[in-house]
Design a protein around this ligand. Sequence first.
Ligand SMILES: Nc1nc2c(ncn2[C@@H]2O[C@H](COP(=O)(O)OP(=O)(O)OP(=O)(O)O)[C@@H](O)[C@H]2O)c(=O)[nH]1
Ligand SMILES: [Mg+2]
Length: 277
Amino acid sequence: MDTIQWFPGHMAKAMRKMEEALPMVDGVILILDARCPNACINDKLVKMFSFKPVLYVLNKADLADPVGLKRVTESFVKDKKQVVCIDAKSKKDISGLYGKIFELLKEKVERNKAKGYFKPVRIMVAGIPNTGKSTIINALVGGKKAQVGDKAGVTRSNQWVKLNELELLDTPGTMPPSFEDQVKAKHLAYVGCINDAIMDLSDLCLELIAELTLLYPDRLKERYRLTDLDKTPIEIYEDICQKRGFLIKGGDFDYERCATAVIDDLRSGKLGRVIFE
Ligand SMILES: Nc1nc2c(ncn2[C@@H]2O[C@H](COP(=O)(O)OP(=O)(O)OP(=O)(O)O)[C@@H](O)[C@H]2O)c(=O)[nH]1
Ligand SMILES: [Mg+2]
């Protein structure tokens, strides 16, 4: 498939605005998609945050393969990164995250206390598009203050959302300026972190089928009632079209409609809990 590259002007601007806001915050939570956490790491942001405490939040854990997620989390711990896995919709996970944020900034909070004054903790919430930054902020504050949507690029500018003791800065999703690793880029595209409009979804679906055949063959078979995966990815793609009735007049395959359906199935968890790393 064509090279995936997505770094529109508004993202460059968003990164500048984040850099400007950085002196105002005590720490950062970096939100990653638990199905491809390493692919979600934007090195440029990590570099920008190198002088701040950072908590890595692997979100959408409800959609991630638990065995793989445990392995990846352990590798973060081994790299001396502060990490937590959450499902933003779970109250228990959100209160755990709340605790982790204060643990991350313990020194700061205690120093303030010792000086005898109360100051709210300020956190920047950052990450690539569609990882759940705004959802997490809403869950932490218990309201609908930040705008949420099921596509990449919903938040367009920095926005403070405040609780008594915690102030959160929502930021727009930002991609790395360039992708050296196209495998990672593909994984981000599967899970919905890249604007669908810039890609050929049939090409993406073909890549996804090839990868699922290796990683989760039984899920693929079960979901689309396939009997034989000992074929080329395009043959499997066409079998899915056939089984699902994605055909156009004259009996040809409707690759596009099938691509939307398969990619949707992956994103919504209908193909089960997956991890690509
Ligand atoms: N299954 C599941 N879905 C989630 C979770 N967190 C967020 N979502 C969904 O993911 C989508 C994106 O959420 P947002 O909060 O808008 O993501 P964002 O990171 O703010 O996105 P941008 O503003 O575009 O960068 C929404 O459809 C959410 O409902 C989660 O833990 N599990
Ligand atoms: Mg947002």
